[in-house]
Design a protein around this ligand. Structure first.
Ligand SMILES: [Zn+2]
Length: 403
């Protein structure tokens, strides 16, 4: 058994996902370590914060430092010194980004690496890279159909995603034997926000022999209403006993709502990227700590927060560190935002166990959108911010030499 449901409350559930470095209790949120580090944090820091799982990116690691290096270190857990569960994404999102994709074919993607060298990336290569990295959960290579495509583009992407999913299963079965691996494999459904496409893709991926299922191609430009509609439509067509992973979702109110729709796991650069930009998560929404109003504010980031940053440092100190680009500022801000996410997840699990998810979600959302700072981030502004985050993620190679 890969996944068991422990408690249910409406569509929301608490479960247990069994992996080689697990088990992991669901729902859970994964900090993103695309290049093998959650930016500004050690593996041990992530462990201390209470996260049981993170996600790295096998495509990015294949370019630098190279799969050989990580394999030679004894696998990704040893390489980055994180002892718990590690997911690896195939890199479909990156490899198919127009920033470096040369040509997409049914065989795979022809792309240019950071030195300009041409390479082919296929579903089989994505499987082999992930097995060699030794992650607990591998993701299939999918043709990401993001928001705003034409009907034909969606159909092509879905067809290719399903074909690549079938090929991934065959390759992964062989590789598991060859490498004596217990790695799990998750399939990814596409379909954008169009109900009929979403339903079709979810059905197909659900039928295939995957250990878990993922909702792909979301949180990339669609409105919040369209996002929640696509989630609700997808979840309906996945079997209950399969763990459901929504890729790329990390804003706290969206996580709360998606858990209510029956989603079990999430990953996003949202809390860590926000932290480094000085955008702090609180129960009353986000606020920008670099604003001049916090220059002389000697209170913690959030009153009552039990994170190490709030216990020991003030808003004024964080304001100073981040405005002067001191490296410690990135770490302290990241600790707070990740602690906030982990705390939120624990409260959600607790509410589901007690059968009071609905009340919890209502209270949380009311508070989150009540603060005066939260008004800075109305839905519209939030949307623009998500678009900015997406571009940042897509350009991950362009800042290769930077951070
Ligand atoms: Zn804090």
């Amino acid at each position: 058994m890969t996944f068991e449901i422990l408690y249910e409350d409406g569509k929301a559930r608490v479960g247990k996902l069994y992996t080689e470095h697990g088990p992991v209790i669901t729902p859970f949120f994964m900090p993103v370590a695309s290049k093998g580090s959650v930016k500004a944090m050690e593996g041990a820091d992530i462990d201390i914060l209470g996260f049981e799982s993170i996600i790295s990116n096998s495509f990015i690691l294949s370019l630098s430092p190279g799969i050989d290096v990580v394999e030679g270190a004894g696998g990704i857990h040893k390489f980055m010194h994180f002892k718990k569960n590690i997911f690896t994404d195939s890199g479909g999102f990156q490899v198919l980004s127009k920033d470096f994709l040369i040509k997409k074919t049914d065989e795979g993607a022809l792309f240019k690496d950071q030195s300009g060298k041409k390479m082919i990336y296929t579903p089989e290569i994505a499987m082999k890279n992930q097995i060699r990295l030794g992650s607990d959960v591998a993701m299939t290579l999918d043709d990401v159909a993001h928001y705003g495509l034409s009907g034909k583009e969606y159909v092509d992407a879905i067809r290719r995603t399903h074909d690549w999913a079938r090929r991934s299963i065959i390759a992964h079965k062989e590789l598991k034997k060859e490498y004596d691996s217990k790695q799990l494999l998750f399939g990814i459904a596409q379909g954008g926000t169009r109900e009929e496409y979403r339903r079709f893709s979810t059905h197909k991926i659900n039928e295939m022999d995957f250990d878990g299922v993922a909702l792909g191609g979301l949180v990339i430009g669609e409105s919040r209403g369209e996002l929640m509609g696509a989630i609700a439509e997808s979840v309906k067509h996945f079997d209950d006993h399969k763990v459901r992973y929504l890729m790329g979702l990390g804003s706290p109110p969206d996580v709360v709502r998606a858990v209510g729709e029956g989603v079990d796991c999430f990953d996003s650069i949202y809390p860590t990227s926000n932290a480094r930009h000085g955008s702090m998560l609180t129960r009353k929404g986000r606020f920008m700590i670099k604003k001049v109003a916090y220059k002389n504010d000697h209170g913690p980031i959030e009153e009552g927060c039990k994170c190490e940053t709030c216990k020991n440092y003030s808003r004024a100190y964080l304001h100073h560190l981040l405005r002067t680009h001191e490296l410690l500022g990135y770490k302290l801000a990241t600790i707070h935002n990740l602690h906030f996410m982990n705390n939120l997840i624990h409260e959600l699990r607790d509410a589901i166990k007690k059968g009071r998810y609905k009340e919890y979600a209502e209270d949380f959302l009311k508070d989150y959108f009540s603060g005066k700072e939260a008004k800075e981030f109305s839905n519209n502004v939030q949307q623009k911010y998500m678009e900015k985050l997406r571009k940042e993620q897509a350009k991950i190679f362009l800042d290769w030499k930077g951070e």
